[in-house]
Design a protein around this ligand. Structure first.
Ligand code: ADP
Ligand code: MG
Length: 331
């Protein structure tokens, strides 16, 4: 196997949406046996580029060379035939179907009478999940699962097709460290077998763990491709934002005032059980968590979109009892 064989080459790929140029001119190549980490701020064009490679968007300019063919656009079928597999940033599972049906979608095993062989389907799905070190009941309905489990199923579904070129669009946003390191083991195995991988991440700390090369996009253009050992955080951030971070967001010192928002022992929705915090005038409060940890539910509860089960919200010292978002806006 030639480790430097070029599996995929993009030449001056352009993508215009009505009113936006998402990709101006992207040229890059993916080699056999490499993990290329693709970085860029939100809106840089990373997901659009991946959807073009999966045949979901047609580029408005440029060429794609893959599997010895030069094409101006791929279709989903052609992309699959050429060995390209995309793990989407937004989960693309069918919530009302079982884990096995989602993993084997369109390829369910059948018996001699043409009926679905459920026993084999569950067994195949279980084996596919185990390859990622995951134990999820293949008969469970996807909508009953945690976001992290859904993300693992999304990854399993694509891996199960054995793509030669694997595209992963922020696959670890909901995963724990443990789940992530299992995924990285799988990626390393694929790499050793000569697969080419594009891995999109916003966790710069993942670069030294997994990357061979790093490509940075900004405003629909490739700013630079560099070897992973030259891609330290300061360099990468400078390339992503076009200047040093301190210059872009100078930290200001602000005197903190009275509390404007107080949340006490709040329970709401599926995940919020007992949440308390105070926000003061002049303060920026950052909320961090894995995808599905409840951040969206905090916003929904504070905005009157989701009922408060127990606990309280106070705005400007007054108890707030929001029934609609209009109450929240008025407050
Ligand atoms: N289907 C679409 N229609 C119109 N504009 C889109 C569409 N998809 C993406 N865009 C725009 O293209 C730009 C790049 O988006 P995207 O590829 O999602 O960036 P990234 O994944 O790097 O955050 C953004 O300005 C986004 O709003
Ligand atoms: Mg994206």
């Amino acid at each position: 196997m030639d480790q430097h064989e070029i599996l995929l080459k993009l030449e001056n790929i352009e993508k215009r949406f009505p009113g936006v140029v998402a990709l101006k001119s992207i040229s890059l190549e993916v080699r056999a046996g490499e993990v290329q980490v693709l970085l860029g701020e939100n809106g840089a064009g990373k997901s659009t580029l991946m959807k073009i490679l999966a045949g979901e968007h047609a580029p408005t300019g440029g060429e794609i060379v893959v599997g010895g063919r030069k094409v101006s656009a791929l279709t989903p079928t052609l992309a699959t035939e050429l060995g390209i597999g995309l793990v989407h940033q937004e989960l693309s599972l069918v919530p009302a179907l079982s884990v096995a049906e989602n993993i084997l979608l369109g390829r369910m095993p059948r018996n001699a009478f043409g009926r679905i062989n459920w026993g084999k389907a569950y067994e195949d799905a279980r084996r596919a999940l185990e390859a990622l070190g995951v134990s999820i009941d293949p008969t469970a309905e996807v909508r009953t699962l945690e976001v992290a489990e859904q993300q693992l199923i999304e990854i399993t579904r694509v891996l199960e097709r054995g793509p030669r070129i694997l595209l992963l669009d922020e696959p670890t946003s909901a995963l724990s460290d443990n789940e992530r390191s299992r995924l990285f083991d799988v990626i390393r195995r694929l790499k050793q077998r000569g697969h080419g991988i594009i891995y999109i991440s916003h966790h710069l700390s993942e670069i030294p763990m997994i990357a061979d090369r790093v490509t940075v996009l900004r405003d629909g253009l490739v700013v630079e491709t560099l070897p992973a050992d030259e891609a330290d955080e300061a360099t990468v951030i400078r390339l992503m934002v076009g200047r040093r971070l301190e210059e872009q967001f100078p930290k200001e010192t602000v005197e903190l005032g009275a509390p404007v928002l107080a949340v006490e022992n709040l329970a709401s929705g599926r995940t919020l059980k007992d949440l308390s915090f105070t926000l003061r005038r002049g303060e920026i409060l950052g909320i961090y968590g894995l995808m599905g940890a409840g951040q969206a539910e905090i916003a929904n509860a504070l905005f009157g979109l989701q009922a408060v089960k127990t606990g309280s919200i106070e705005v400007g010292g007054k108890r707030a009892d929001f029934r609609h978002s209009s109450d929240a806006i008025a407050a």
